[in-house]
Ligand binder design. Structure first.
Ligand code: ADP
Length: 226
């Protein structure tokens, strides 16, 4: 594929509203590319579960559907991408979400000689709501299900390890609304910034096709540039 030539490491930024399928695509792309998934949402939830200092700082904000402070997520991502498994590339899922985060990421990647490609997952608003309100997750292996579009074989039980599925606390209706508002207020405008900063940015329709087909499309874009 790369004919033995050394290519620059790449950061694949999955960008889109809650429910656009960032987590699902990140997992599929991890299998396809071998790059690790870096989900700031998952990292923050781990801190909340551990009840440590970071977890105590962010728990209230997350439960309310608000964004957590930029400095905190910037530091988490900086530490994470320095780990050896990120040497050839990685998938950013849910980061950056503000212009300040996007600027800091640009500096971080430039300093490390990492190419950046942004994939904007475009999905209809109503579909996003249906996806988020039907979402269930395995607390053990992280597999995502949806009661409508991707139900487990047995209701509320993970196909892979038999654990009882859970609803994320921030998937309640009021909190979903707040997360979408945060997206409109703080995150969608980052697209303008990506444009003005000259980032490689591709739009992918993530509302029609099944996840593996969407994944293949993204894979081609990041490999060949479309
Ligand atoms: P979703 O994309 O479905 O909203 P995530 O798991 O990515 O879910 O994020 C869950 C919550 O974690 C967000 O609502 C926010 O509180 C926090 N969070 C995750 N990533 C960031 C980020 N990059 N900046 C600020 N807050 C974040």
């Amino acid at each position: 594929m790369n004919n033995g030539q050394k290519r620059s490491p790449r950061a694949v930024v999955l960008f889109g509203p809650p429910g656009s399928g960032k987590g699902t695509q990140a997992k599929l792309l991890t299998e396809r590319t071998g790059f690790p998934q870096i989900s700031t949402g998952d990292m923050l939830r781990e801190h909340v579960q551990a009840g440590d200092e970071i977890g105590r700082e962010v728990a209230k904000l997350m439960h309310a559907g608000s964004l957590v402070p930029d400095e905190l997520v910037n530091a988490l991502v900086k530490q994470r991408v320095a780990r050896p498994d990120c040497r050839d590339g990685f998938i950013l899922d849910g980061y950056p979400r503000t212009q300040q985060q996007a600027e800091r990421l640009g500096v971080l990647l430039e300093g490390r000689g990492i190419d950046q490609v942004v994939i904007h997952l475009v999905v209809d608003y109503n579909k996003v709501i249906a996806r988020l309100s039907g979402r269930r997750q395995c607390p053990v292996c992280g597999t995502l299900y949806n009661v409508l579009s991707r139900p487990p074989k047995q209701a509320d039980v993970c196909d892979l390890d038999g654990a009882g599925l859970v609803i994320r606390e921030d998937d309640s209706e009021a909190v979903i609304r707040e997360r979408l508002e945060e997206y409109e207020r703080q995150t969608r405008p980052v697209l303008e910034y990506f444009h003005s900063a000259g980032r490689r940015l591709y739009e992918v329709d993530a509302g029609r096709e099944v996840p593996p087909v969407v994944c293949e499309r993204i894979y081609k874009l990041i490999e060949n540039g479309g």
